[in-house]
Write a protein that binds this ligand. Structure first.
Ligand SMILES: Nc1ncnc2c1ncn2[C@@H]1O[C@H](COP(=O)(O)OP(=O)(O)OP(=O)(O)O)[C@@H](O)[C@H]1O
Ligand SMILES: [Mg+2]
Length: 355
């Protein structure tokens, strides 16, 4: 395993810049997930690290060595794609060992490495099968096996689970995490799925439009998003945002555009009257018949373990998630109390965190 250091990396296609100076430090053995909206440059970044795309500017180091001009096969990296395309006429063992065969590695050595990877992945009994005789999850594991047998310095994953159904995704997600705990190979994992990003990563990098918005430990990003974009991107259902102004008059509060006063634990210095955006995660509303704000219920969605409520607060839509079962019906009023200590404040113009 090796560290990966990316410095001011840039890339354009034709005249269009798609990566605008990205810097990321990935430590040896770290598992980093890369998230962001479609088209923000995740695959492009990964492909540059792999050497499949030319670098437009900046530097990529693997294990301390600049690899900008090193051929992909000499970077000692293994990549697992969404579309893992196994060879249909080769067995599981042949698929897994193929890269080593091409390299001219000794047959016994290949067999030993394939056997070891198969054991790690629970594929030992399936080595003589063909891809068509496998389930989706088993095929995905063969694709992983193909990467593992190479014993690379770095694994790159580009949405490897997005072809699987929901249940299998959850299972494979746990398997990949467990695998990383065992092998400790430096890994960069691209995903759309922010739950996947949260649960698998040592660190998450959130990208938007070819730039890094924030990088940090999953719960740090969740608890202290650097700006409104990250706040809205990490967490499901997403954080609620309400427009209004900060009011400091002895105590601090936030007054929404519709004139509802929401208590704040604290306010930024000299912020009385300042326009801002108030952020609150859905689980930070409580139902409080004594002191709650009456919100009008629009939709109630019981999931069994919890109840999601979409409601209107001072003309703005909010979502609450509650552990208790609720009998509220659309059109009725529900008394919601936001937890002041869990509220976030963002600048009304550029969205950066205020406090
Ligand atoms: N070969 C190419 N030629 C021109 N533009 C490209 C090329 N490849 C990617 N792009 C553009 O670069 C931008 C980043 O694309 P990229 O595939 O890296 O996004 P992504 O974050 O992986 O998106 P997704 O989540 O949809 O996979 C997009 O605007 C895309 O249209
Ligand atoms: Mg992509």
């Amino acid at each position: 395993m090796a560290s990966v250091t990316i410095r001011d990396l840039r890339k354009s296609y034709g005249g269009t810049a798609v990566i605008h100076g990205v810097s990321i430090d990935i430590a040896e053995g770290e598992f980093v997930t890369l998230v962001g909206p479609s088209g923000c440059g995740k695959s492009t970044l990964l492909r540059m690290i792999a050497g499949l795309e030319e670098v437009g500017g900046g530097e990529i180091r693997i294990g301390g060595c600049v690899v900008n001009d090193v051929a992909p096969k000499d970077r000692d990296i293994a990549m697992v794609f969404q579309n893992y395309a196994l060879y249909p006429h080769k067995t599981v063992a042949q698929n897994m060992g193929f890269a080593l065969t091409l390299k001219g590695v000794d047959k016994r050595e290949i067999a030993a490495r394939v056997a070891r990877a198969a054991e790690v992945l629970g594929l030992t009994g399936l080595l003589d099968r063909y891809p068509r005789q496998l389930s989706g999850g088993q095929r995905q594991r063969v694709a992983m096996g193909r990467a593992i047998v190479r014993d690379p310095q770095v694994f790159l994953f580009d949405e490897p689970l997005s072809n699987l159904d929901a249940k299998l995704r959850v299972q494979m997600r746990a398997e990949i995490k467990e695998l990383h705990q065992r092998l400790r190979t430096t890994s960069i994992y691209v995903t759309h799925d922010q739950i996947e990003a949260m649960t698998m990563a040592d660190r998450i990098v959130v990208m938007r439009d070819g730039r890094v918005e924030q990088a940090g430990a999953p719960l740090d990003l969740y608890d202290r998003p650097a700006n409104r974009f990250v706040a809205g991107f990490i967490g499901s259902p997403a954080m609620n945002f309400l427009k209004g102004r900060i009011a400091v008059n002895g105590t601090a509060s936030f007054v929404t555009e519709g004139g509802i006063r929401l208590p704040l634990a604290k306010a930024p210095p000299a912020s009385d009257g300042r326009p801002a955006v108030y952020g609150l995660r859905p689980e930070h509303f409580a139902i409080d018949p004594d002191g709650g704000i009456a919100v009008q219920v629009a939709v109630v969605e019981p999931t069994g373990s919890e109840t999601q409520v979409v409601a209107t607060l001072a003309g703005q839509e909010v979502v609450g998630v509650f552990r208790e079962r609720l009998s509220a019906k659309p059109g009725e009023f529900l008394p919601l109390r936001p937890n002041p200590a869990a509220a976030h404040l963002f600048d009304a113009e550029d969205g950066r965190r205020l406090l």
